[in-house]
Design a protein around this ligand. Structure first.
Ligand SMILES: Cc1ncc(COP(=O)(O)O)c(C=O)c1O
Length: 432
């Protein structure tokens, strides 16, 4: 495969931007080699600068539930563009979108649109702190919530569950206001609430953790978290930036029957445009400016073009209910890949999946629910498999800790083609 144009674009890019990219994983550091530079995409196929074509399973990291260039989203965007693309004033695009969203998701009384998942999470945390007048944040090891200072932390090695910064530039004081609990650990969770419950403003969790592989949680664990939050007066946030509109219209809240106080969204809610949102109980949402004392604002918030894209996406989701078909396709596709992996890969493998999300665990056939259960060889093994797929024209996320996404645009024929390729890829894999 010729990738000389991508290579030369990458050299140029590295001179003008850190690592040549604008979000770290795109730089291929997790798998080595040169990132391919994508020039266009339609349906499930992406084309790079050298003219190579790939069947895409990254789907822009999840937003493209209906594939690239979904015509309904495209038409909505084009139509919005003819009326201007930013007003910075009250408008009806976000009103109509919010009305439909609230009608579709009963646990949301009010919603505020922002421009990214990170912003949604950051704002929701502020609301929770403003509401409870407490400082401590509880998060779970292995969950990612965007690059919010207080959440870019990991379990500290000192004081049992107190956090330490997971990035340079985050003060130890900020990190010290976050407590980190292991996923799937009911005992630790209870201990944390017993010790700190009266100071915990908010507990935030990805109810379907999908940023360190796919760490499927037991519903009982999530329910325990809900119960403890209620008992101690802490706000519960479900971060559904990935799972929202991906696993079902009402996300994991609907699937588990849990009612979080606040929910954060990103990705699918913008149909591939920069939109985030947070919403929930009226009492909490009325803490937000201009009604309440919690400040949050945005020059491009509820941008009419992005609102039109997201709203078109929501209308199509409601009309088509793509989830049963996506889940069935996901079950069949990962089932076929699992059979081939069992037959050809020289190490145990497990496809962990939930609906249209899946993740290849390379080194165990036992369910993985916590980050420390991820096999040590995951990164090296994934790098080999990733590159082999890429050379055959299949684009998975360039990191062994990221999940794959199916869209409704993936046809049986596309997937059969990938299954054929998978056979060759797995046959060629080395013991690492
Ligand atoms: C669960 C979760 N929360 C928050 C974010 C941050 O969203 P964004 O990248 O739009 O800022 C992400 C991004 O991957 C995410 O997966």
């Amino acid at each position: 495969m010729n990738t000389s144009k991508s290579e030369s674009l990458f050299q140029r890019s590295k001179k003008v931007s850190p690592g040549g990219v604008h979000s770290p994983v795109r730089g291929f550091r997790g798998v080595g080699g040169t990132p391919v530079f994508i020039e266009s995409a339609n349906g499930v196929r992406m084309k790079d600068a050298d003219g190579n074509e790939y069947i895409d399973f990254c789907m822009s990291w999840g937003p493209l539930l209906f594939g690239h260039q979904d015509p309904e989203v495209g038409e909505a965007v084009k139509s919005a563009l003819t009326r201007g693309w930013s007003y910075g004033a009250a408008e009806r695009y976000s009103l109509e979108f919010a009305e439909d969203l609230i009608k579709a998701i009963p646990i949301i009384d009010q919603v505020r649109f922002v421009s990214s998942g990170t912003e949604a999470v950051m704002s929701a945390i502020r609301v929770a702190r403003g509401y409870t007048k407490r400082d401590l944040v509880l998060k779970f090891d292995g969950c990612y919530h965007g690059h919010v200072d207080s959440l870019l932390v990991r379990a500290g090695s000192g004081l049992a569950e107190m956090a330490s910064p997971d990035s340079a530039g985050i003060s130890t004081k900020t990190a010290s206001e976050t407590i980190v609990c292991a996923l799937d650990d009911d005992v630790q969770l209870e201990q944390i609430f017993n010790t700190h419950g009266s100071q915990i403003a908010v507990a935030i969790i990805e109810p379907l953790p999908a940023n360190n592989g796919l760490l499927l949680q037991r519903t009982e664990f999530l329910k325990k978290l809900e119960t403890l939050c209620k008992k101690h007066g802490s706000v519960l946030i479900f971060d559904e930036v990935i799972s929202g509109f991906r696993v079902g219209l009402g996300g994991m809240a609907e699937i588990t029957g849990i009612r979080p106080d606040l929910v954060t969204y990103g990705k699918i809610i913008g149909g591939g445009f920069p939109v985030g949102a947070y919403g929930g109980r009226k009492e909490l949402m009325e803490m937000v400016a201009p009604v309440g004392p919690v400040y949050q604002a945005g020059t491009l918030s509820a941008n009419p073009v992005a609102m039109s894209a997201g709203h078109a996406m929501l209308k199509k989701i409601i009309r088509e209910n793509p989830y049963p078909t996506l889940a069935k396709t996901g079950e069949w596709f990962t089932g076929e890949l699992q059979k081939l992996a069992n037959q050809y890969l020289p190490y145990p493998t497990l496809f962990q999946k939930f609906g249209s999300i899946s993740w290849m665990v390379l080194g165990t056939d036992q369910p993985v629910r916590r980050i420390e259960q991820i096999p040590a060889e995951q990164k090296a093994r994934y790098a080999e498999i990733f590159h082999s797929f890429l050379d055959h024209g299949v684009y998975f996320a360039p990191s062994g800790y990221e999940v794959g996404f199916l869209s409704t645009a993936h046809t049986k024929q596309d997937l059969e083609q990938v299954i054929e390729i998978a056979k060759k890829v797995f046959q060629g894999a080395k013991q690492k």
